[in-house]
Design a protein around this ligand. Structure first.
Ligand code: PEP
Ligand code: MG
Length: 871
């Protein structure tokens, strides 16, 4: 028997997404639930894969399957596909396993031709409707199958409306539309040199082929890459009997979410259009009505929608995004899927669904994507600043957050500005999938047309990007590159600010503040702490960072990079003199100047961190970062050091390294200049003892040695450190518990971790350097080629963002195993950038790390990711 490539809706279920695509699987599920779904069938993703791999042709057995399903559909609907009088018309829609908003294409009213349009007009006694359907079909078919620019068709409609002196499409009558159809077919002939295809089965074959082929169009490929979903088979194609929302004012079409996707409120949220077809709402061509108005205009339809929404939400146990159409007061469902939502809504809905008894705490936690939290941590406009700002227009609050930047009217302009480090706002009449690369790189998005479910709104929310949509108070001329508002005009490059939470548009850049988190966020994060087993610490170098980290509930500090303290203006000169000193005495003098400053740095951090563990890393600078380069700096330093400029320049030359990141840094510096390490541990301990006396709080300093590759380095430096600490204890007549550990960031250290563990109290993986040295990719320079590695499928992800489990991850694994062989309960953490990356956190949980440490703003993300990894 030939392989099965086509399933009717009764044969599928929601679990078959990989095969039937999200749309096909959910239509099948709704059919199973006896909800009002127009009948249809789905060509599988496997058939797309075969089509693309076999020279883009439809093979005989697939043709047969399609035909027999068509016959079945004719029977169910009691209509004939190529009938002149009562034609069966179809919608042809793509649908991959993951939803790809706006990426793939839809054709409605397929099956219409010059003959059946007359029949349709007659049987429905509605000429306007028949010709409106036909002109839509020609336009969609031309766009999807032949990529004839939409503008050719839109111009014809605009001209007809102008000639007639009307504003809305629905004010055109049957005769106008008949004329439009004629002109559309002329465009088709002009553009393709062929007549518009009249045979329905030919139309269908061409449409299926085009949808399959669109899987590989560049914008679909880009979207999949961006979302990290490159490994799918292809798109399914769903073919369904048409339901008409454009039959008059007792018909309509809309999109609703079962709860508010912006804030999570338990209330239907969405839009509809009377006398329109589905694409009008989603494409944002007409600005739709709010769903509440449907209650007044079509009470029966509204009631059915409400009931269907409840059934679907209870069944899927999640907020649903539903497409519906009402034909002559009869309600139909055309799609359901789990709705995209903002972080705020995701949290609210997850917490509410748990409280309603629909999902467990664990399921609730899994419903929030850790990266999404970043949105919540995004800044808002400062209240004071917003009071003084110049408000120029208001649109729809489509995706929350505050953004400022320079106006760009094209995605290309955004990308060019981004390369130069310039922040931008993408301003478009309405966005389309071609704009995605610009949307990713803009700070925010403003559109003049389109509703809450328009492309711009949906995509921006998915990305967590600030967006104001449907701002009809401004006039955008993309060709002239101008934005006109009541009272002025703006040009490309002018500054603009958007508030995606209120829909307000302002002139200029506006000061922003940190958001306040509370309520359901706190509740959810409480569950996180009950479930996670790995601790989350923060990398912080200043008391402010430490404070921020603790506000986000970091359980300690996992890394203080002390070299960052050395850059401060009041001490850089002393630091330079330490490095460039010609004698031990000179160095001792400069270190003497640094000691009180370092002590104060640590004291201030202890005041914030108190009894929580705090890992302080000894100096790890690539030396070149501290050496003066400007002539004036060299002159001044020479003067302070009582040296000639020539002599100082000679010393600078001596210190010059070809490969500073592999050079005289980390513990290597401590070995050649142990007095630097001694000064630092003295500052650490003196500050801790003084803090203990004053506050009665015992801090837990963990002194960390960077960049060791051999246990003997650790033994050497440990002796120096311990000797200095002993001195401090004697001088102060007091002691304090402390630990000395090491970073594992050189591959050789990972491979000899058993020996190193014997000398260390803890390990912390420096996965930034471990990745750098393991791959041999420079941390600072590899950005230029890594993106190409990803494009060419050599790497799946950037190894500095997500840990490479296969290689670098194995070094981590070996080091943990060896370390714990030597000391069974050995404490091990990670403080490289991967400590804040959810995918890496999952891996670290599997390896049994005790904690991850990341930048303060990623602490909530890491906590949630750690909880998810523990489930
Ligand atoms: C690391 O290498 O991962 C690390 C945390 O240290 P740094 O980034 O300071 O080199
Ligand atoms: Mg490092």
């Amino acid at each position: 028997m030939a392989e099965k490539y086509v399933y009717n809706f009764k044969e599928g279920k929601k679990e078959m997404k990989e095969l039937l695509g999200g749309k096909g699987a959910n239509l099948a599920e709704m059919t199973k639930l006896s909800l009002p779904v127009p009948p249809g069938f789905t060509l599988t993703t496997e058939s797309c894969k075969r089509f693309l791999s076999e020279g883009q042709t439809i093979w005989a057995s697939l043709d047969n399957e399609i035909e027999s399903h068509l016959k079945e559909l004719e029977q169910i609907t009691n209509k004939k596909f190529s009938d002149r009088e009562n034609p069966l018309l179809l919608s042809v829609r793509s649908g991959a396993a993951h939803s790809m908003p706006g990426m793939m294409d839809t054709i409605l009213n397929l099956g219409l031709n010059d003959r059946s349009v007359i029949g349709l007009a007659k049987t429905t006694a509605n000429e306007r409707f028949a010709y409106d359907s036909y002109r839509r079909f020609i336009q969609m078919f031309s766009d999807v199958v032949l990529e004839i620019p939409k503008v050719h068709f839109e111009t014809i409609i605009e001209k007809t409306k102008k000639k007639k002196g009307v504003e809305l499409d629905k004010e055109l009558d049957g005769n106008d539309l008949k004329e439009i159809v004629k002109k559309y077919k002329e465009v088709y002939l002009r553009e393709t040199k062929e007549e518009f295809p009249q045979e329905p089965i030919v139309q269908l074959r061409l449409a299926i082929k085009a949808v399959f082929a669109s899987w590989n169009n560049p914008r679909a490929v880009f979207y999949r890459e961006m979302q990290g979903i490159s490994k799918l088979n292809g798109t399914a194609v769903t073919i369904q009997a048409m339901i008409f929302g454009n039959k008059g004012d007792s018909s309509g079409t809309g999109v609703v979410f079962t709860r508010n996707p912006l804030n999570g409120d338990k209330k239907l949220f969405g839009e509809f259009l009377l006398n329109a077809q589905g694409e009008d709402v989603v494409a944002g061509i007409r600005t739709p009505n709010e769903i509440a108005e449907l209650k007044v205009l079509m009470p029966k339809g509204y009631q059915q929608l409400k009931e269907a929404a409840k059934t679907l939400e209870n069944h899927y146990k999640d907020m649903q995004d539903i497409e519906f159409t009402i034909e002559d007061n009869t309600f139909y469902l055309l799609q359901t899927r789990n709705g995209k939502r903002t972080a705020q809504a995701a949290i609210c809905i997850a917490v509410d669904l748990h409280k309603e008894g629909k999902i467990t705490k664990e399921e609730a936690l899994m419903r929030v994507k850790p990266q999404q939290l970043e949105q919540l941590l995004h800044p808002n406009f400062a209240l004071k600043a917003i009071e003084q700002a110049t408000h120029i227009a208001k649109g729809l609050a489509a995706s929350p957050g505050a953004a400022s930047g320079r106006i760009c009217f094209t995605a290309e302009a955004v990308e060019a500005a981004y390369e130069k480090g310039i922040k931008t706002i993408l301003v478009r009449q309405e966005t389309s999938p071609e704009d995605i690369s610009g949307m990713v790189k803009a700070e925010g998005i403003l559109t003049a047309r389109g509703g809450m479910t328009s492309h711009a709104a949906v995509v921006a929310r998915g990305m967590g990007k600030c967006c104001v949509a449907g701002c009809s108070e401004v006039t955008i001329n993309e060709e002239e590159k101008t934005l006109k508002y009541k009272g002025g005009i703006l040009y490309e490059g002018d500054l603009l600010s958007l508030d995606g939470s209120t829909g307000m548009v302002y002139l200029d850049d506006i000061e922003k503040t940190k958001p306040a988190l509370g309520g359901k966020f706190t509740e959810l994060m409480g569950w996180v702490d009950e479930i996670k087993t790995m601790a989350v610490r923060a990398n912080a170098d200043t008391p402010e960072d430490a404070k921020q980290a603790l506000e986000f509930k970091a359980e300690g500090i996992g890394l203080i990079r002390t070299e960052h303290m050395f850059f401060k203006e009041d001490r850089i000169s002393s630091v330079r003199r330490v490095i460039l000193a010609g004698t031990v005495q000179e160095r001792a003098k400069a270190l003497g100047e640094l000691l009180p400053m370092q002590k104060d740095d640590f004291y201030q951090i202890y005041q914030v961190v108190e009894e929580r563990p705090v890992t302080i890393r000894l100096l790890d600078p690539p030396l070149h970062e501290f050496i003066p380069v400007k002539a004036e700096e060299i002159r001044q330093l020479a003067e302070t050091m009582s040296l000639s400029e020539e002599k100082l320049k000679d010393r600078i030359t001596e210190l010059n390294e070809v490969n500073p990141m592999l050079g005289h840094r980390g513990v290597r510096l401590g070995i050649t200049y142990p007095e630097i390490s001694r000064m630092q541990v003295r500052a650490i301990m003196e500050a801790a003892l003084e803090f203990k006396i004053i506050s009665k709080i015992e801090v837990q300093p963990e002194i960390m040695v960077p960049l060791i590759s051999d246990v003997k380095e650790l033994v050497y430096i440990k002796k120096e450190i311990e000797d200095e600490i002993k001195k401090v204890f004697i001088e102060k007549g007091q002691t304090l518990t402390y630990h000395i550990g090491t970073m594992i960031e050189v591959p050789r250290a990972a491979l000899t971790a058993d020996k190193i563990a014997k000398e260390a109290d803890f390990f912390s993986f420096g996965t930034n350097d471990l990745t750098q040295m393991g791959f041999g990719f420079s941390r600072d320079d590899s950005g230029s080629f890594i993106s190409e590695y990803i494009e060419k499928n050599i790497l799946e992800k950037g190894p500095f963002d997500t840990i490479d489990q296969e290689g670098i991850g194995q070094l981590v694994k070996i080091a943990i195993e060896k370390g714990r062989q030597a000391k069974p309960n050995f404490k091990i953490g990670i403080c490289g950038e991967h400590g804040g990356d959810p995918a890496s956190i999952e891996f670290f949980q599997q390896l049994g790390l005790n904690y991850v440490s990341c930048s303060p703003f990623r602490v909530p993300i890491a906590r949630l990711a750690a909880a998810q990894a523990a489930i």
